[in-house]
Design a protein around this ligand. Structure first.
Ligand SMILES: Cc1ncnc2c1ncn2[C@@H]1O[C@H](/C=C/CNC(=O)c2cc(-c3ccc(F)cc3)cc(O)c2O)[C@@H](O)[C@H]1O
Ligand SMILES: [Mg+2]
Length: 218
């Protein structure tokens, strides 16, 4: 039967990565996607920027929008302190199923070093429920990497639901390629945001790309 790209990514992890070793899971996916088949993981170049932001923010609460195969979930989770709460939202059940297995292979499910709580469903449905469902007041860090046309609406929704505070950091992938122009326009023109560009390249290519880092200031 047809084996989907995400199944091939999972097989590459199970074949080449060491169980319980998050870095080997990241390496296995990066090797597969740079040598065999491109996939829309954030990749290693932008991944290192993500790592530096996570380490700098050292967040107690993290929200990821768009789990996909769990590549950035594993990257983030492996850097969080044990008490941290990490929610990742994915509405495609097939992607969520693969991501659960990639996260489990990295031992982040078992070791409960951090249990990224992979919630199946649309971000717009779940964002209003996060406070009472997970006992989270505000997010220290949000990583946006889902459909680009949802970046702005979900950011506004997070503001309305009181999930962002002074100092919350929003990190958005792909603001140049494929691009999120309405989101960029909104945060650049809003006095509430201080924004910073990280120059990088589209994953596994030489194409110009940027991760868009935003601190919130009231
Ligand atoms: C409202 C809602 N709620 C929950 N999950 C949601 C959700 N909306 C989407 N998702 C989930 O998130 C992922 C979607 C990611 C979309 N990412 C991209 O489209 C993307 C594309 C490229 C790219 C660049 C150049 C090209 F030529 C082609 C593609 C690079 C990237 O890095 C991308 O992220 C996917 O797993 C989807 O199910
Ligand atoms: Mg992306």
């Amino acid at each position: 039967s047809f084996v989907s790209l995400r199944q091939r990514i999972l097989s590459a992890v199970q074949k080449n990565a060491t169980r319980g070793d998050p870095r080997s899971v990241i390496r296995a996916i990066d090797q597969f996607c740079s040598q065999k088949e491109w996939a829309m993981n954030v990749g290693n170049e932008k991944g290192c920027i993500l790592d530096s932001v996570v380490s700098e923010v050292n967040p107690a609460t993290v929200l990821e929008l768009g789990t996909y195969c769990g590549y950035s979930t594993v990257r983030i989770a492996s850097l969080l302190p044990p008490y941290a709460k990490f929610i990742t939202l994915e509405f495609n059940p097939d992607f969520a199923a693969v991501a659960r297995q990639v996260i489990a292979w990295a031992g982040l499910e078992d070791k409960v070093k951090i249990k990224p709580c992979l919630v199946e469903g649309a971000s717009s449905d779940w964002i209003p429920k996060i406070k009472e469902q997970f006992g989270i007041k505000t997010f220290d860090l949000v990583f946006l990497d889902h459909w680009k046309e949802h970046y702005l609406s979900d950011t506004k929704l997070m503001e309305e639901c009181g999930l962002l505070r002074k100092g919350s950091v929003l990190l958005a992938d792909n603001v140049i390629c494929p691009g999120a122009p309405d989101y960029v326009e909104y945060v650049r023109s809003s006095p509430r945001y201080k924004s910073h560009y990280f120059r990088s390249h589209l994953e596994y290519t030489k194409a110009e790309e940027n991760l868009w880092y935003l601190g919130i200031i009231e």
